[in-house]
Design a protein around this ligand. Sequence first.
Ligand code: SF4
Length: 263
Amino acid sequence: MNYLQTKGRIFDIQKYSIHDGAGIRTIVFLKGCVLRCKWCCNPESQVYDIQTMMVQGKPVITGRDVTVEEVMENVMKDEAYYRRSGGGLTLSGGESLCQPAFARDLLRAAKAEWITTAMESMGCAEYETIASILPYLDQYLMDIKHMNPEKHRRFTGKSNEGMLENARKIAASGLTELSIRVPVIPTFNDTVEEIREIALFADRLPGVKRIHLLPYHRLGQDKYEGLGRTYEMSDILPPTQAHMELLKREVEQQTDLECQLGG
Ligand code: SF4
C-alpha cells in the first residue's frame, strides 16, 4: 500500500506553534497513550477510542480517522512559513508511538516534502518500533518524568525503566537530535534533588545538549469534567517562577546542558 494512504486517528491539529521544535510548526495530535499521568493536560488523548467530551455545555466529538495524505494536505498549506523559519511538522499526543505505522508514514511524508520533523514522546514502546521512525525524525523531544521507577509508576501508571533504556539507545543511535523535557509537577518531581537526578542522566546521554523544564499548569482541568472524570490534581498549585529559576540554576551548575524554562 502507498504509505500516503496509511490511516491513523488524531484529535487535533494546531498551527503556527513556535514551541515543540525549530521554527514555525504544525502540531498533529495523535490519539492513544499507554500512560495515565495524573497531571495530563490532554486527557482526551489517552483513550484510542473516539469520545464525546462536553465543552462549555456542548458535546464535542474528539478523535477522527484520517490518512497521511489528508493530514499532509493540511500541513503543507503553511509550507512558506516552514521554509522561512526552518519549521515543519511535529507529532504530539497522546503518545505517537501507539500508532507507529501512521507516525512513521507522516514523518516520512514530511521528509519527502523537505520540511523538518519533530516528535514529542516519552519513548514507551519497543525499541524496534522507535528505530523504525528515527530515519525520518530530525528532533526527538523526549519526556523524562522521574528517575525513580516506583514513583513513576504511582503517578503515571507505568515504571520508567524501559523508557530510560530507550533514551540511552536513541542517543547512542545518533540518528536524531535528542532533547529532554521534564514536566515539573509539584508533589511528584519538583525538588532540586529530583530535577538534578534527571538532568545528570540527560547529561550522560551522548549528543544531548538541551533540557526543557515545563512548569505544571491546570489548563486541562475542565476537560476532565467534560469527559466525566475526576481531576486528581485540583489541590496542586503550579510552581512559582522563583522555584523554576532555582531548578534551572541547579541544572546549569551540575551539568553542561543548556536549560530552558518552557517549551
Ligand atoms: S504521557 Fe503525555 S499524553 Fe500520555 S498520559 Fe502522560 S501527559 Fe498525557
